[in-house]
Design a protein around this ligand. Structure first.
Ligand SMILES: [Zn+2]
Length: 211
């Protein structure tokens, strides 16, 4: 047994607390697990806490397999129908769905990102521009800012700084706004101009020269 927070083994047992978990039903019968959960006092944190249990998340009154069942049924049934079928509240089913969405779509961690690309998307007159930051290693969108130019990226630079990520290279078009934003915020990163923009510029200059 360890302290659930600092993982220290320097702990003293401080009694058990019986917790009840809802788990996957057998046929139509609801099944509960009553488990005495060990409480430990950590000498490092100087706090008394329950040890981690393998089959349920902290503070949850259902097992992970019950959670999975709810999510699987939710793909085919309404919240109301899942709740009625399993004999639980609408709020519980909704809560499980919400936690799952949060887990899957939370803000991506930036700490390990090394190569990014900045680009803008024009959505037409009404919606204007969006500025997109891509993680080039995974091809994932890691930031979307409203508008274009340096201002749209301000929240991104803040998040990046907080994450402690070390960006090696940034690919952008050759717009001076992005170039100076990159220089100001991640001065150590190498600026990379993508092939398309270089060839485009090259062609424009050649056309000019020829005409
Ligand atoms: Zn501890």
């Amino acid at each position: 047994m360890r302290c659930p927070v600092c993982k220290s083994r320097e702990i003293h047992c401080r009694g058990k607390l019986v917790r009840r978990f809802r788990t996957v039903p057998v046929g139509q019968k609801a099944v509960y697990i009553d488990l005495p959960v060990q409480r430990v006092e950590c000498t490092r944190c100087q706090a008394v806490r329950q040890v981690k249990i393998q089959f349920a998340d902290e503070h949850k009154r259902y097992t992970r397999s019950f959670e999975r069942l709810v999510l699987d049924l939710s793909r085919h049934m309404t919240i109301q129908a899942v709740a009625r079928h399993l004999g639980v509240s609408w709020d519980l089913v909704k809560g499980i769905q919400k936690d799952n969405l949060n887990k899957r779509y939370r803000l991506p961690k930036l700490a390990k990102i090394k190569r990014i690309a900045l680009d803008e998307i024009y959505q037409g007159k009404k919606l204007g521009y969006l500025t997109i930051v891509l993680d080039l290693q995974r091809g994932a969108v890691i930031f979307v800012g409203n508008g274009k130019g340096a201002d749209a990226l301000i929240p991104f630079w803040k998040r990046l700084k907080r994450s402690g990520a070390r960006i090696e290279a940034v690919a952008t078009d050759m717009g001076p706004a992005y170039i100076s934003a990159v220089r100001a915020n991640i001065p150590d990163a190498t600026l990379v101009f993508d092939h398309f923009h270089i060839i485009k510029l090259f062609n424009e200059k050649l056309t000019k020269l020829a005409s």
